[in-house]
Structures are given as structure tokens and as C-alpha cells.
Design a protein around this ligand. Structure first.
Ligand code: MBD
Ligand code: FE
Length: 282
């Protein structure tokens, strides 16, 4: 069947009615966007001769995606999160805002309200016996290189199985999620456990869509950050632990060269002390 009707006046008028062009109420911007979105899909149906069966099977995928955080998971998989970042990068460049740690995507697994620590503390609840101890230390600086005291550093990451608290019911509330306020030198230091990479649940609708594209749903081991301080632009970013097979093959397209950091293995506790990791990490 090769039926081409999109460009007919009948379809164009129909599309305008669908988008509410002949109605007074509603939002003008919503009408414009829906007109474009539905119109592009009508044209796609024409161009690919999409059958009613194909259309309704797509609708059932959308219904399945409506469960839980599936749209939030498919969006980075289809590159929307990174595309929005690319647009913010371009806006920053255009406005002359340069320097600093690059941004990358937030992802769907942030939860607000994590316990607050002053300068240092511990992020894991001690129950993940497969987790290897990890210290995360850093300094928040402005784009001139000056330390920022009292900055809010929100960190969240997965456990040794790649699961996140609140989404993995086996974990305690706020496990591996903390807000650390930087000290007088802009520094923070936390004890946690090394995260594993995340994989989309194999039976999830998101993975079903990725399967159709011949794509995997894996992310490399990573740690999420929000960094904020009065008078400064908010930063959403992540670091990747170097050496992960998925470092440059992330299904969410979030890796940036400058954000890949090599971990340093510290075998002896006295060495940790020498590095100023004095805690309290309790
Ligand atoms: C994650 O942990 C994540 O960071 C993203 C972007 C998508 C799915 C799971
Ligand atoms: Fe993540």
C-alpha cells in the first residue's frame, strides 16, 4: 500500500483542528508544538506506510513505558538528555560562559532530601558486603580557581550491583545519597563504596525499544553530582571511574573525556590518613 495523503488540503485542515487552531482556549505554544509533533508523525505514517497494526503495537509500548520511571530511562537512551545538554553548552558558549567542569546528564534516579554532612562523612549504610571502600575527595572552585566554601555538593551513586536506593527496594532510604557542605577551603571528603555500572532491566519496555535498535542498555560505573552555591551557576555532572568496558559506550551518551577519573587504590589505612582522609567517616 503506498497511499500519500499528508499534503492534501483535507489532511492539513484536519491537523489544524486536531491542534485546536480553530478554538479560543488553551495555550498558543502548546497548539504550535502539538501541530508540529502530530503533523510530523502523520507524515511519518505516510512516508513509511505504517500499518494500523504497527501503530497500535507502538501504542502498547507507550502504555508499558508509562509504568514507573520508564520514560525517564528511555529519554537518555534516545539521546534527549544529552541533546538538551548540548543545547545548554551551546548557550553557555554563546554567552561567553567558559571554563569549569563540564556538565553531563542528571538521569532519572535523583532523589531530593538526602542527609546533609558538614565537609565529610559516610554515604553507605555498611550492608553491601560486596562493596569495596571508596573515598571521594574534591574541592569546589569557581571558574577563576578560587575555592568555594559552603557549597552544596549532592552526590548519588549505585551500589556494587548497580542499583540505586529508592528504586532498588533492597536498599535503605538514602543509601549512597548525601549532600555535603564544603569546608572553609571548599573541600569535601566522603567514605562510600565503589559503584558498579547500571543496566536497564532486561525485561523493561526501555530495553525492548533498545533491542529493536540492536543496542545495549548499559552505563559505565559513574557517580552523580549536583554542585551549587549562591551567586554561581548550578552544575549537574558525573564522574566515570576509568577502566570500565562501557566508559565510551554508554547507552545514555553521558561520558565526557574530562569526567573520566582514574581511581587510586590505597592498600594501607595509614596512607589514607596521610592524604587527609581523617573523617569522621561513621
Ligand atoms: C542511571 O543510573 C543513569 O545515570 C542514567 C542516566 C540512566 C539510567 C540509569
Ligand atoms: Fe546513574
Amino acid at each position: 500500500m503506498t497511499v500519500k495523503i499528508f499534503d492534501t488540503p483535507e489532511v492539513q485542515d484536519f491537523l489544524k483542528a486536531v491542534a485546536g487552531f480553530d478554538q479560543d482556549g488553551g495555550s498558543e505554544r502548546a497548539k504550535q508544538i502539538l501541530h508540529r509533533l502530530v503533523g510530523d508523525l502523520f507524515k511519518l505514517i505516510d512516508d513509511f506506510d505504517v500499518t494500523p497494526e504497527e501503530f497500535w503495537s507502538a501504542v502498547s509500548v507507550l502504555n508499558a513505558l508509562g509504568q514507573g520511571t520508564q520514560y525517564g530511562l528511555l529519554a537518555p537512551g534516545l539521546g534527549f538528555d544529552h541533546y538538551l545538554d548540548m543545547r545548554m553548552d551551546a548557550a553557555d558558549a554563546e554567552a561567553g560562559r567558559t571554563g569549569g567542569t563540564p556538565r553531563t546528564i542528571e538521569g532519572p534516579l535523583y532523589v531530593a532530601g538526602a542527609p546533609e554532612l558538614q565537609g565529610s562523612g559516610r554515604m553507605d549504610d555498611g550492608t553491601d558486603t560486596d562493596g569495596e571502600v571508596m573515598w571521594l575527595t574534591g574541592q569546589v572552585r569557581d571558574t577563576d580557581g578560587n575555592p568555594v566554601a559552603g557549597a552544596r555538593v549532592e552526590i548519588w551513586h549505585a551500589d556494587s550491583k548497580g542499583g540505586y536506593s529508592f528504586f532498588d527496594p533492597s536498599q535503605s532510604e538514602y543509601n549512597l545519597r548525601r549532600t555535603i557542605i564544603t569546608d572553609a577551603e571548599g573541600r569535601y571528603a566522603v567514605r562510600s563504596i565503589i559503584p558498579s555500572g547500571y543496566g536497564c532491566p532486561p525485561d523493561s519496555p526501555t530495553q525492548q525499544v533498545l533491542d529493536l535498535l540492536g543496542r545495549h542498555g548499559q552505563r559505565p560505573a559513574h557517580i552523580h553530582y549536583f554542585i551549587s552555591a549562591p551567586g554561581h551557576q548550578h552544575l549537574t555532572t558525573q564522574i566515570n571511574l576509568a577502566g570500565d568496558p562501557y566508559t565510551f559506550d554508554d547507552f545514555a551518551f553521558a561520558t565526557r573525556e574530562e569526567l573520566v577519573v582514574p581511581g587510586q587504590r590505597i592498600e594501607d589505612a595509614a596512607e589514607a590518613d596521610k592524604r587527609g582522609l581523617e573523617g569522621p567517616f561513621t
